[in-house]
Write a protein that binds this ligand. Structure first.
Ligand SMILES: CC(C)(COP(=O)(O)OP(=O)(O)OC[C@H]1O[C@@H](n2cnc3c(N)ncnc32)[C@H](O)[C@@H]1OP(=O)(O)O)[C@@H](O)C(=O)NCCC(=O)NCCS
Length: 185
């Protein structure tokens, strides 16, 4: 189980034998150049302007983390409270956080290939689940792309089909799936 040190913003995972130098820590504005470059590398088929990353970090810093190995950034997660069943389109600005959110939305979780397979992705999900529960949200949702559906299923997410979000999903591609994990609150 991953844990978040609220004083430092560092998330550590002691159950997966990760090295002491591997941490999720709070994202800072000066990380965004690296973060965007990783996004471009990992998601060449789903391009988003750096303004999208900047906006999410400005609107909800508590949902934005970077994954570091030996003080170098190898991945990131961007997430925030949101409206249920209304995933934002790819590369779109959301303007403001909802006054009455009902889901915790994972906008993106991306690791460079050399940082995968060691529990970092699952560790990020653990921390976001804890955070969503702490702020009283009943589920976590996301748009799964890039053949990541089996990973999300393994993290307890299920696909949801709804005609109302077809246009949004097609802003990603024909394989994009909306997924939800219900939380105990
Ligand atoms: C998807 C991603 C975040 C997973 O992170 P990760 O750190 O490699 O995953 P973990 O090591 O935490 O794996 C957790 C579990 O999921 C499994 N898993 C990971 N990726 C998987 C995949 N693509 N398909 C099936 N299972 C997968 C692991 O085997 C592990 O299983 P276990 O608990 O039985 O050991 C990472 O592969 C990635 O960044 N991919 C590219 C970007 C991407 O597609 N992001 C999702 C966009 S919606």
């Amino acid at each position: 189980m991953a844990t978040l040190d609220t004083a430092t913003g560092i998330i550590s995972d002691r159950t997966r034998e990760m090295t002491q130098q591997s941490v999720w820590r709070a994202m800072r504005p000066d990380d965004l150049g690296h973060v965007h470059a990783i996004g471009v590398h990992v998601h060449p088929s789903y391009p988003e302007r750096i303004e999208v990353y900047q906006e999410r970090l400005r609107l909800y810093p508590n949902g934005c983390y970077v994954f570091e190995i030996n003080n170098e950034i190898y991945g990131y997660v961007i997430s925030h409270p949101w409206h249920p069943m209304r995933p934002p389109k790819l590369d779109s600005l959301v303007v403001a956080m909802p006054t009455f959110p009902a889901t915790f939305y994972i906008h993106d979780l991306a690791l460079l290939p050399q940082a995968r397979g060691n529990g970092a992705g699952a560790g990020a999900v653990d921390v976001l689940v804890d955070h969503a529960q702490a702020i009283g949200l009943a589920d976590i949702s996301l748009v799964a792309v890039n053949n990541s559906l089996p990973f999300w299923r393994g993290q307890g997410f299920e696909t949801i089909s709804d005609d109302a979000i077809t246009a949004t999903l097609s802003s990603y591609d024909d394989d994009a799936q909306f997924m939800v994990r219900t939380l105990d609150i």
